[in-house]
Design a protein around this ligand. Structure first.
Ligand code: AMP
Ligand code: GLY
Length: 421
Protein backbone atom coordinates (compact mmCIF):
# COMPACT_ATOMS: atom_id res chain seq x y z
CA UNK A 1 0.00 0.00 0.00
CA UNK A 2 0.92 3.66 -0.44
CA UNK A 3 1.11 5.83 2.67
CA UNK A 4 1.27 9.61 2.98
CA UNK A 5 2.66 11.09 6.22
CA UNK A 6 1.94 14.76 6.87
CA UNK A 7 4.49 16.86 8.77
CA UNK A 8 8.17 17.74 8.81
CA UNK A 9 9.66 17.01 12.23
CA UNK A 10 11.39 14.28 14.19
CA UNK A 11 7.98 12.83 15.00
CA UNK A 12 7.22 12.37 11.32
CA UNK A 13 10.65 10.90 10.63
CA UNK A 14 10.06 8.39 13.44
CA UNK A 15 6.60 7.57 12.02
CA UNK A 16 8.02 7.12 8.49
CA UNK A 17 10.82 4.93 9.90
CA UNK A 18 8.33 2.68 11.70
CA UNK A 19 5.88 2.60 8.77
CA UNK A 20 8.76 1.60 6.45
CA UNK A 21 9.15 -1.61 8.47
CA UNK A 22 5.64 -2.77 7.60
CA UNK A 23 5.57 -5.51 4.96
CA UNK A 24 2.26 -4.06 3.77
CA UNK A 25 3.83 -0.79 2.67
CA UNK A 26 5.33 -0.37 -0.79
CA UNK A 27 5.75 3.40 -0.90
CA UNK A 28 5.82 6.28 1.60
CA UNK A 29 5.42 9.97 0.83
CA UNK A 30 6.04 12.70 3.38
CA UNK A 31 4.64 16.23 3.01
CA UNK A 32 6.65 18.37 3.32
CA UNK A 33 9.18 16.15 5.15
CA UNK A 34 12.83 16.93 5.93
CA UNK A 35 16.33 15.68 5.16
CA UNK A 36 15.76 12.51 7.17
CA UNK A 37 12.29 11.58 5.94
CA UNK A 38 13.75 11.83 2.44
CA UNK A 39 15.82 8.73 3.24
CA UNK A 40 12.78 6.48 3.89
CA UNK A 41 10.07 8.34 2.04
CA UNK A 42 9.67 10.58 -0.98
CA UNK A 43 9.29 14.17 0.19
CA UNK A 44 6.44 16.12 -1.38
CA UNK A 45 6.59 19.89 -1.31
CA UNK A 46 3.16 20.66 0.17
CA UNK A 47 2.66 22.48 3.47
CA UNK A 48 0.72 20.86 6.31
CA UNK A 49 -2.03 23.49 6.21
CA UNK A 50 -2.64 23.32 2.44
CA UNK A 51 -5.56 20.93 2.67
CA UNK A 52 -6.64 21.38 -0.97
CA UNK A 53 -3.24 20.37 -2.32
CA UNK A 54 -2.88 17.49 0.13
CA UNK A 55 -6.28 16.16 -0.89
CA UNK A 56 -5.47 16.50 -4.60
CA UNK A 57 -2.16 14.72 -4.07
CA UNK A 58 -3.78 11.84 -2.17
CA UNK A 59 -6.47 11.42 -4.85
CA UNK A 60 -4.08 11.63 -7.80
CA UNK A 61 -1.54 9.26 -6.28
CA UNK A 62 -4.15 6.80 -5.01
CA UNK A 63 -2.86 6.98 -1.43
CA UNK A 64 -4.24 4.07 0.63
CA UNK A 65 -3.62 5.61 4.04
CA UNK A 66 -2.73 9.12 5.21
CA UNK A 67 -1.20 9.64 8.67
CA UNK A 68 -1.34 13.13 10.17
CA UNK A 69 1.55 14.24 12.42
CA UNK A 70 0.89 17.79 13.67
CA UNK A 71 -2.22 19.35 15.19
CA UNK A 72 -2.75 22.16 12.69
CA UNK A 73 -4.22 20.11 9.81
CA UNK A 74 -6.39 18.18 12.30
CA UNK A 75 -7.74 21.42 13.72
CA UNK A 76 -8.37 22.70 10.18
CA UNK A 77 -10.45 19.59 9.48
CA UNK A 78 -8.22 17.50 7.21
CA UNK A 79 -9.75 14.25 8.46
CA UNK A 80 -13.29 15.36 7.69
CA UNK A 81 -12.21 16.53 4.20
CA UNK A 82 -10.42 13.26 3.36
CA UNK A 83 -13.28 11.15 4.69
CA UNK A 84 -15.82 13.05 2.55
CA UNK A 85 -13.83 11.89 -0.47
CA UNK A 86 -13.72 8.32 0.80
CA UNK A 87 -10.00 8.45 1.63
CA UNK A 88 -8.61 6.54 4.60
CA UNK A 89 -6.86 8.82 7.09
CA UNK A 90 -5.45 8.37 10.60
CA UNK A 91 -6.18 11.28 12.92
CA UNK A 92 -9.08 12.88 14.77
CA UNK A 93 -11.87 14.86 13.19
CA UNK A 94 -12.24 18.62 13.57
CA UNK A 95 -14.67 18.40 16.45
CA UNK A 96 -12.40 16.15 18.53
CA UNK A 97 -9.38 18.32 17.68
CA UNK A 98 -10.99 21.05 19.81
CA UNK A 99 -9.61 19.21 22.83
CA UNK A 100 -6.23 20.59 21.75
CA UNK A 101 -7.34 23.70 19.84
CA UNK A 102 -9.09 25.30 22.81
CA UNK A 103 -7.79 25.13 26.37
CA UNK A 104 -11.15 26.44 27.58
CA UNK A 105 -12.98 23.63 25.75
CA UNK A 106 -10.67 20.97 27.16
CA UNK A 107 -10.82 22.36 30.71
CA UNK A 108 -14.63 22.43 30.53
CA UNK A 109 -14.59 18.82 29.35
CA UNK A 110 -12.31 17.84 32.25
CA UNK A 111 -14.47 19.68 34.76
CA UNK A 112 -17.73 18.20 33.44
CA UNK A 113 -16.41 14.64 33.56
CA UNK A 114 -14.52 14.84 36.86
CA UNK A 115 -11.07 14.48 35.33
CA UNK A 116 -8.53 15.74 37.91
CA UNK A 117 -6.91 18.96 36.69
CA UNK A 118 -5.75 22.34 37.97
CA UNK A 119 -8.43 24.77 39.19
CA UNK A 120 -9.10 27.39 36.50
CA UNK A 121 -11.15 30.33 35.24
CA UNK A 122 -11.63 31.55 31.66
CA UNK A 123 -11.85 35.22 30.67
CA UNK A 124 -12.35 37.25 27.51
CA UNK A 125 -12.42 40.67 29.16
CA UNK A 126 -9.07 42.01 30.35
CA UNK A 127 -10.45 43.89 33.35
CA UNK A 128 -12.41 40.90 34.55
CA UNK A 129 -9.30 38.75 34.09
CA UNK A 130 -7.19 41.18 36.15
CA UNK A 131 -9.87 41.14 38.83
CA UNK A 132 -9.96 37.33 38.69
CA UNK A 133 -6.27 37.06 39.64
CA UNK A 134 -7.23 37.57 43.29
CA UNK A 135 -8.81 34.09 43.33
CA UNK A 136 -5.40 32.46 42.74
CA UNK A 137 -2.15 32.37 44.68
CA UNK A 138 1.34 32.68 43.12
CA UNK A 139 2.83 31.19 41.10
CA UNK A 140 -0.13 30.87 38.76
CA UNK A 141 -0.35 29.91 35.09
CA UNK A 142 -1.82 32.01 32.29
CA UNK A 143 -2.67 30.29 29.00
CA UNK A 144 -3.88 31.68 25.71
CA UNK A 145 -6.89 29.59 24.69
CA UNK A 146 -5.82 28.60 21.18
CA UNK A 147 -2.88 27.13 19.26
CA UNK A 148 0.24 29.21 19.88
CA UNK A 149 3.04 26.86 18.77
CA UNK A 150 3.92 26.02 22.38
CA UNK A 151 4.39 29.69 23.34
CA UNK A 152 0.97 30.39 24.84
CA UNK A 153 1.65 29.25 28.41
CA UNK A 154 3.24 31.59 30.97
CA UNK A 155 4.07 30.73 34.55
CA UNK A 156 3.74 33.96 36.55
CA UNK A 157 5.55 34.32 39.85
CA UNK A 158 3.89 37.55 40.96
CA UNK A 159 1.09 39.95 40.15
CA UNK A 160 3.24 42.17 37.91
CA UNK A 161 4.11 39.22 35.69
CA UNK A 162 0.48 38.13 35.59
CA UNK A 163 -0.74 41.61 34.64
CA UNK A 164 1.91 41.80 31.91
CA UNK A 165 0.83 38.44 30.46
CA UNK A 166 -2.83 39.39 30.45
CA UNK A 167 -1.89 42.67 28.76
CA UNK A 168 0.08 40.77 26.09
CA UNK A 169 -2.62 38.21 25.35
CA UNK A 170 -5.91 40.08 25.81
CA UNK A 171 -4.63 43.65 25.33
CA UNK A 172 -1.89 43.60 22.68
CA UNK A 173 -3.24 40.38 21.11
CA UNK A 174 0.25 38.94 20.64
CA UNK A 175 -1.36 35.62 19.62
CA UNK A 176 -4.12 37.27 17.56
CA UNK A 177 -7.46 35.45 17.70
CA UNK A 178 -5.86 32.44 19.40
CA UNK A 179 -5.65 34.69 22.47
CA UNK A 180 -9.25 35.99 22.44
CA UNK A 181 -9.71 34.05 25.65
CA UNK A 182 -7.32 33.27 28.48
CA UNK A 183 -7.36 30.53 31.03
CA UNK A 184 -5.94 31.40 34.45
CA UNK A 185 -4.89 28.28 36.24
CA UNK A 186 -3.61 27.06 39.58
CA UNK A 187 0.10 26.10 39.42
CA UNK A 188 0.69 22.38 39.95
CA UNK A 189 3.94 21.42 41.60
CA UNK A 190 5.01 17.92 40.64
CA UNK A 191 6.67 15.71 38.03
CA UNK A 192 5.46 15.71 34.42
CA UNK A 193 4.82 12.60 32.34
CA UNK A 194 3.38 12.02 28.88
CA UNK A 195 0.85 9.28 28.25
CA UNK A 196 -0.08 8.76 24.62
CA UNK A 197 -3.16 6.64 23.94
CA UNK A 198 -4.84 5.12 20.93
CA UNK A 199 -8.52 5.94 21.15
CA UNK A 200 -11.26 4.32 19.12
CA UNK A 201 -14.99 4.09 19.73
CA UNK A 202 -15.37 3.19 23.39
CA UNK A 203 -11.76 2.18 24.01
CA UNK A 204 -8.73 4.13 25.17
CA UNK A 205 -5.51 2.13 25.03
CA UNK A 206 -2.42 3.72 26.58
CA UNK A 207 1.00 3.27 25.05
CA UNK A 208 4.10 2.96 27.19
CA UNK A 209 4.93 6.03 29.26
CA UNK A 210 7.53 8.60 28.27
CA UNK A 211 9.33 11.40 30.03
CA UNK A 212 9.87 14.54 27.98
CA UNK A 213 12.42 17.22 28.94
CA UNK A 214 10.95 20.61 28.12
CA UNK A 215 13.54 23.07 29.42
CA UNK A 216 16.50 24.01 27.23
CA UNK A 217 19.24 23.80 29.89
CA UNK A 218 20.51 21.04 32.19
CA UNK A 219 18.75 20.63 35.54
CA UNK A 220 15.53 21.91 33.95
CA UNK A 221 16.66 25.51 33.76
CA UNK A 222 15.87 28.13 31.15
CA UNK A 223 12.87 28.61 28.88
CA UNK A 224 10.42 25.95 27.71
CA UNK A 225 11.00 24.30 24.34
CA UNK A 226 9.06 21.81 22.23
CA UNK A 227 11.03 19.08 24.05
CA UNK A 228 14.78 18.43 23.87
CA UNK A 229 15.15 14.92 25.21
CA UNK A 230 12.98 11.99 26.17
CA UNK A 231 13.04 8.44 27.42
CA UNK A 232 10.66 5.53 27.79
CA UNK A 233 9.45 3.94 30.00
CA UNK A 234 9.25 6.47 32.80
CA UNK A 235 10.14 4.86 36.16
CA UNK A 236 7.51 7.11 37.65
CA UNK A 237 4.82 4.88 36.14
CA UNK A 238 4.34 2.31 38.85
CA UNK A 239 1.48 -0.17 38.69
CA UNK A 240 -0.36 1.88 41.35
CA UNK A 241 -0.07 5.06 39.32
CA UNK A 242 -1.25 3.31 36.16
CA UNK A 243 -4.27 1.92 37.96
CA UNK A 244 -5.08 5.30 39.34
CA UNK A 245 -4.81 6.94 35.92
CA UNK A 246 -7.04 4.22 34.48
CA UNK A 247 -9.70 4.72 37.15
CA UNK A 248 -9.64 8.51 37.64
CA UNK A 249 -8.73 9.72 34.17
CA UNK A 250 -9.04 7.23 31.28
CA UNK A 251 -12.49 5.92 32.24
CA UNK A 252 -13.83 9.44 32.61
CA UNK A 253 -12.39 10.50 29.27
CA UNK A 254 -14.14 7.66 27.43
CA UNK A 255 -17.37 8.29 29.31
CA UNK A 256 -17.17 11.99 28.42
CA UNK A 257 -16.39 11.40 24.75
CA UNK A 258 -19.38 9.08 24.45
CA UNK A 259 -21.70 11.44 26.31
CA UNK A 260 -20.65 14.33 24.08
CA UNK A 261 -21.07 12.08 21.03
CA UNK A 262 -17.49 12.82 19.97
CA UNK A 263 -16.35 10.08 17.60
CA UNK A 264 -12.68 10.18 18.62
CA UNK A 265 -10.47 7.91 16.54
CA UNK A 266 -6.79 8.69 16.74
CA UNK A 267 -4.20 9.64 19.32
CA UNK A 268 -4.98 11.31 22.61
CA UNK A 269 -1.81 12.60 24.23
CA UNK A 270 -2.41 13.28 27.90
CA UNK A 271 0.07 15.67 29.51
CA UNK A 272 0.13 14.75 33.19
CA UNK A 273 1.49 16.35 36.32
CA UNK A 274 2.00 13.84 39.12
CA UNK A 275 1.43 15.83 42.30
CA UNK A 276 2.54 13.67 45.21
CA UNK A 277 0.75 10.42 44.36
CA UNK A 278 -2.02 12.09 42.43
CA UNK A 279 -2.08 12.32 38.62
CA UNK A 280 -3.64 15.49 37.21
CA UNK A 281 -4.18 16.42 33.57
CA UNK A 282 -2.26 19.48 32.38
CA UNK A 283 -3.46 19.35 28.81
CA UNK A 284 -4.75 17.20 25.99
CA UNK A 285 -3.12 16.95 22.59
CA UNK A 286 -4.79 15.05 19.77
CA UNK A 287 -1.64 13.80 18.02
CA UNK A 288 1.61 12.00 18.65
CA UNK A 289 4.16 13.92 20.75
CA UNK A 290 7.55 15.13 19.62
CA UNK A 291 10.00 13.81 20.99
CA UNK A 292 7.79 11.11 22.59
CA UNK A 293 7.33 9.43 19.20
CA UNK A 294 11.09 9.20 18.70
CA UNK A 295 11.42 7.00 21.81
CA UNK A 296 8.15 5.07 21.47
CA UNK A 297 8.56 3.90 17.87
CA UNK A 298 11.73 1.85 18.47
CA UNK A 299 9.99 0.09 21.38
CA UNK A 300 6.79 -0.69 19.50
CA UNK A 301 6.93 -4.37 18.62
CA UNK A 302 4.03 -4.66 16.17
CA UNK A 303 3.18 -3.38 12.69
CA UNK A 304 2.00 0.20 13.17
CA UNK A 305 -0.13 0.02 10.02
CA UNK A 306 -2.34 -2.55 11.78
CA UNK A 307 -2.77 -0.17 14.71
CA UNK A 308 -3.74 2.68 12.40
CA UNK A 309 -6.22 0.57 10.44
CA UNK A 310 -7.82 -0.96 13.53
CA UNK A 311 -8.17 2.47 15.13
CA UNK A 312 -9.93 3.72 12.03
CA UNK A 313 -12.32 0.75 11.82
CA UNK A 314 -12.91 0.63 15.58
CA UNK A 315 -11.55 -2.87 16.22
CA UNK A 316 -8.32 -2.00 18.11
CA UNK A 317 -7.83 -3.89 21.37
CA UNK A 318 -5.30 -3.70 24.15
CA UNK A 319 -3.64 -6.95 23.04
CA UNK A 320 -2.80 -5.37 19.66
CA UNK A 321 -0.14 -3.19 21.28
CA UNK A 322 3.11 -4.95 22.14
CA UNK A 323 6.29 -3.33 23.39
CA UNK A 324 9.92 -4.31 23.66
CA UNK A 325 11.18 -4.59 27.22
CA UNK A 326 14.18 -2.43 26.37
CA UNK A 327 14.42 1.20 27.37
CA UNK A 328 14.80 3.88 24.79
CA UNK A 329 16.27 7.36 25.03
CA UNK A 330 16.71 10.30 22.70
CA UNK A 331 18.72 13.50 22.98
CA UNK A 332 17.82 16.32 20.65
CA UNK A 333 20.60 18.41 19.19
CA UNK A 334 19.47 22.00 18.86
CA UNK A 335 20.88 25.06 17.16
CA UNK A 336 22.36 27.87 19.25
CA UNK A 337 19.68 30.35 20.31
CA UNK A 338 16.73 27.92 20.25
CA UNK A 339 13.96 28.32 21.55
CA UNK A 340 14.65 31.96 20.65
CA UNK A 341 16.25 33.13 17.40
CA UNK A 342 18.62 30.73 15.64
CA UNK A 343 20.41 30.43 12.32
CA UNK A 344 19.47 27.95 9.59
CA UNK A 345 21.55 26.48 6.80
CA UNK A 346 24.55 25.40 8.93
CA UNK A 347 26.43 22.42 7.54
CA UNK A 348 26.14 19.23 9.60
CA UNK A 349 28.99 16.71 9.60
CA UNK A 350 29.58 13.29 11.02
CA UNK A 351 26.21 11.51 10.87
CA UNK A 352 27.78 8.62 8.96
CA UNK A 353 30.18 8.04 11.88
CA UNK A 354 27.42 6.91 14.28
CA UNK A 355 27.43 3.33 15.62
CA UNK A 356 25.07 0.98 13.84
CA UNK A 357 22.66 0.66 16.73
CA UNK A 358 22.04 4.40 16.91
CA UNK A 359 18.80 5.55 15.32
CA UNK A 360 19.10 9.07 14.03
CA UNK A 361 15.91 11.02 13.40
CA UNK A 362 15.98 14.40 11.73
CA UNK A 363 13.87 17.16 13.30
CA UNK A 364 14.91 20.13 11.20
CA UNK A 365 17.32 19.43 8.34
CA UNK A 366 17.44 19.58 4.58
CA UNK A 367 19.83 18.40 1.91
CA UNK A 368 21.44 20.76 -0.57
CA UNK A 369 23.07 18.37 -2.99
CA UNK A 370 24.99 16.01 -0.74
CA UNK A 371 25.35 18.53 2.07
CA UNK A 372 23.13 18.15 5.11
CA UNK A 373 22.10 21.54 6.52
CA UNK A 374 20.25 22.63 9.64
CA UNK A 375 16.73 23.83 8.93
CA UNK A 376 15.18 24.38 12.35
CA UNK A 377 15.82 24.98 16.05
CA UNK A 378 15.55 21.29 16.86
CA UNK A 379 17.89 19.61 14.40
CA UNK A 380 18.56 15.91 15.09
CA UNK A 381 17.38 13.28 17.61
CA UNK A 382 20.10 10.81 18.56
CA UNK A 383 18.25 7.73 19.79
CA UNK A 384 19.13 4.28 21.14
CA UNK A 385 17.56 1.23 22.74
CA UNK A 386 19.28 -0.45 25.70
CA UNK A 387 18.75 -3.24 28.21
CA UNK A 388 18.49 -0.45 30.78
CA UNK A 389 17.91 3.26 30.64
CA UNK A 390 21.56 3.73 31.51
CA UNK A 391 22.71 1.57 28.62
CA UNK A 392 20.54 3.51 26.17
CA UNK A 393 21.84 6.74 27.66
CA UNK A 394 25.49 5.68 27.40
CA UNK A 395 25.05 4.68 23.76
CA UNK A 396 23.56 8.05 22.88
CA UNK A 397 26.11 10.15 24.74
CA UNK A 398 29.09 8.17 23.44
CA UNK A 399 27.95 8.89 19.87
CA UNK A 400 26.52 12.37 19.95
CA UNK A 401 29.83 14.25 19.66
CA UNK A 402 30.57 12.51 16.38
CA UNK A 403 28.06 14.98 14.95
CA UNK A 404 29.17 18.59 14.58
CA UNK A 405 27.86 21.88 13.28
CA UNK A 406 28.39 25.51 14.21
CA UNK A 407 26.55 26.36 17.41
CA UNK A 408 25.38 22.79 18.04
CA UNK A 409 23.95 22.33 21.55
CA UNK A 410 22.39 19.53 23.57
CA UNK A 411 21.50 18.77 27.19
CA UNK A 412 23.96 16.53 29.03
CA UNK A 413 21.53 15.25 31.65
CA UNK A 414 18.79 13.45 29.70
CA UNK A 415 17.88 10.26 31.57
CA UNK A 416 19.97 11.32 34.55
CA UNK A 417 17.45 13.48 36.38
CA UNK A 418 13.76 12.78 36.17
CA UNK A 419 12.51 15.44 38.52
CA UNK A 420 11.31 18.64 36.93
CA UNK A 421 10.33 21.76 38.79
P1 AMP B 1 0.52 22.99 28.27
O1 AMP B 1 0.69 23.43 26.84
O2 AMP B 1 -0.79 23.35 28.86
O3 AMP B 1 0.93 21.58 28.55
O4 AMP B 1 1.66 23.79 29.04
C1 AMP B 1 3.01 23.72 28.66
C2 AMP B 1 3.86 23.47 29.88
O5 AMP B 1 3.63 24.44 30.89
C3 AMP B 1 3.57 22.15 30.56
O6 AMP B 1 4.24 21.09 29.95
C4 AMP B 1 4.06 22.42 31.96
O7 AMP B 1 5.48 22.32 32.03
C5 AMP B 1 3.69 23.87 32.18
N1 AMP B 1 2.36 23.97 32.81
C6 AMP B 1 1.16 24.08 32.19
N2 AMP B 1 0.14 24.15 33.07
C7 AMP B 1 0.71 24.08 34.30
C8 AMP B 1 0.19 24.09 35.62
N3 AMP B 1 -1.13 24.23 35.87
N4 AMP B 1 1.06 23.99 36.64
C9 AMP B 1 2.39 23.88 36.40
N5 AMP B 1 2.94 23.87 35.18
C10 AMP B 1 2.12 23.96 34.12
N1 GLY C 1 6.50 16.83 23.55
C1 GLY C 1 5.37 17.67 23.71
C2 GLY C 1 4.50 17.79 22.54
O1 GLY C 1 4.64 17.10 21.54
O2 GLY C 1 3.59 18.60 22.59
Amino acid sequence: MKVLVIGSGGREHALCWKISKSPKVSKIYCAPGNGGTGEVAENVDINVDDLDKLLDFAMENKIDLTVVGPELPLVLGIVDRFQEKGLKIFGVNKECARLEASKDFSKKFMEKYNIPTAKYMTYTDINEAKEGLKDFSYPLVIKADGLCAGKGVVICNNKDEALASLEDILGKKVFGKEGDRVVIEEFLDGVEASLLCFVTKDRIIPMESAKDYKKIFDNDLGPNTGGVGCFSPSPLFTRELRERIEKDILKNIIYGLNKEKMDFRGILFIGLMIVGEEPKVLEFNVRFGDPETEVLMPRLDVDIIDLFEKTIDGSLEEADLKWKEESSLTVIITSKGYPGEFKKGLEIRGIEELDEDIILYHNGTRYEGNNLLTNGGRVLSVTALGESLEEARNKVYSNIDKITFNGMYYRKDIGKTIINK
